[in-house]
Design a protein around this ligand. Structure first.
Ligand SMILES: Cc1cc2nc3c(=O)[nH]c(=O)nc-3n(C[C@H](O)[C@H](O)[C@H](O)COP(=O)(O)O)c2cc1C
Length: 213
């Protein structure tokens, strides 16, 4: 059965090599700032793909919380499936799609854990109840099917830490995805898109190539 679609043509404006920043992280930020204005929800949501050393793969969404001069930062539970995958195989990719702009960005590279200090600094910026949630949840572990089990734990921890600092769990923190390839995709009319791929060369320089749509 074919799916009913809400298909549309893409009317993005031309993207040329001249307007691209030499650094893909800066180019990402340039596009992100536009997406912040046009996307109704969470332009920092990206589909993150990981795999283990058996070749099993999984993709799921995370929020990119920061970009520094090395890469893209997201935060999670290190005992989750992504955490276990990245322990075995630090290679990962993510893609984001900004429909209002007809734009996609695909990033692949290698993940490293952020420092304890950086993870803690971010953990402390989270609202109290989000800290309680991270503290309470053994993310991605099977738990009793009745939701009251987690809600009881949540309420107990909320009461326990009401006037205390919530400890950041030992297995919670950030990853930095250090890019090796970054592709900027601008949807154009008749599926005749503009695509530019940045590849990191051994010298550390970025090479930029146009790809066929
Ligand atoms: C829009 C969106 C953003 C999300 N952001 C995060 C995030 O930043 N960190 C996180 O651990 N999970 C986030 N999640 C939940 C993950 O998709 C996933 O369910 C969870 O991390 C467990 O994944 P894993 O077992 O594959 O590691 C988000 C989900 C959605 C839909």
């Amino acid at each position: 059965m074919y799916l009913k679609e809400k298909q549309r043509d893409y009317f993005g404006t031309a993207l040329s090599i001249e307007e691209l920043d030499a650094n893909p992280l800066r180019q990402f930020i340039k596009w992100y700032e536009v997406a912040l204005e046009t996307e109704p929800f969470e332009p920092n949501a990206v589909a993150l793909a990981t795999s283990n050393n058996q070749g099993e793969t999984k993709v799921r969404f995370v929020l990119i919380k920061a970009i520094d001069d090395k890469g893209f930062l997201f935060f999670t539970n290190y005992s989750s499936i992504k955490g276990k995958h990245l322990e075995e195989n630090p290679k990962a990719s993510f893609a984001c799609y900004w429909p209002t702009l007809y734009r996609q960005i695909c990033v692949s590279g290698t993940c490293e854990k952020t420092s304890y200090e950086l993870s803690l600094r971010y953990f402390r910026t989270r609202p109290f109840l989000s800290q309680i949630s991270a503290y309470t949840s053994p993310q991605s572990q099977p738990i009793p099917s009745d939701r009251t089990y987690m809600e009881t734990l949540f309420d107990q921890n909320k009461a326990k830490y009401a006037s205390l600092t919530v400890p950041m769990p030992d297995n919670w923190g950030g990853y930095r995805l250090i890019p090796e390839k970054v592709e900027f995709w601008q949807g154009r009319e008749n599926r005749f898109h503009d695509r530019f791929l940045y590849s990191k060369e051994a010298s550390g320089q970025w090479k930029i190539e146009r790809l066929a749509p």
